[in-house]
Design a protein around this ligand. Sequence first.
Ligand SMILES: Nc1ncnc2c1ncn2[C@@H]1O[C@H](COP(=O)(O)OP(=O)(O)OP(=O)(O)O)[C@@H](O)[C@H]1O
Length: 317
Amino acid sequence: MIEALGPLGMQWEMVVAGAAFGVAADDFASPAAEVPTAAAPGGEPALALDGISLAFGGVAALTGVDLAVQPGEIRAVIGPNGAGKSSLINVISGIYRPDRGRVRLGGRSFAAVPTERLARLGIARTFQNLALFPGLSVRDNVAAGRVAAGRSGVVGQVLGLPRARRERADALERSLGVIEFLHLDGVRGRPVGTLPYGLQKRVELARALVAEPRILLLDEPMAGMTATEKREMSGFVRAARERFGTTVILIEHDIGVVMGLSDRVAVLDHGRKIADGTPDAVRADPAVIDAYLGVAHQDDEEGDTRDDARNDAGRAA
Ligand SMILES: Nc1ncnc2c1ncn2[C@@H]1O[C@H](COP(=O)(O)OP(=O)(O)OP(=O)(O)O)[C@@H](O)[C@H]1O
């Protein structure tokens, strides 16, 4: 199957070079920031946040946020604009270092998650704004998601050493499996930039899944999609959880999608977690209704008729 694909040539080297710095930086992670946790067999969450606080200047983005996500759970984080959702996902993926609190992952506790080791910690993510290589094919974009899992390094890749060749073949084979799983076979040779937006978002999901992450962070996976595309995407996220046992944490503005897809929903407001429970419990929670109705009321006063998260959420509450 791999031979039939032909060589990827320079495109593959570009992908490898793009990912190389993250792999090399692994050696420089600060050991002081990482503490083994006491294992709690059977009860250890896939991911836990303990008392996370983060401020930008005088603005408190997150205040004392706790979150425990169980293995295999689909967990949404919602909240009005500016509630702290992106900050939370950026703390989990190591882009932001919290001022206080710790992140527990895979039996380790971190003051700051080492972002260059995300793949090895079993975390993959998608981005709010697409972060694909538009000129590369779907297949090569998806294969790029395997690069950080490789151990041959950029020199081995460029020199075509045996281990690098094996890793490359393995990456392509696994990519084809995920491409088939997400029904992207028909476009696998197409440059990603020529695909409709909804399909590009699906390619991003494929690139995250090919790393076989234990935890998948989805940052607004349905943004800009049509209702049909959102339904399809929800089905693929659910199928991914079922097939790979992946734990999914998603930020999503479409409350209808969130309520239909998630096992549990955490609600942020002004950087604090105000609710956390099943979709039905959260929908009926007076604190959530207050938070969203307050925002909706403010919008009315401003004459704001945007179909954004605040209005969606207000309707849902
Ligand atoms: N890099 C930054 N520099 C300064 N302030 C920031 C930064 N990132 C976030 N903030 C502030 O922190 C607060 C939380 O922002 P955050 O983007 O996490 O919220 P959000 O819930 O993701 O919002 P949205 O739904 O609009 O994306 C806001 O007041 C925001 O202005």
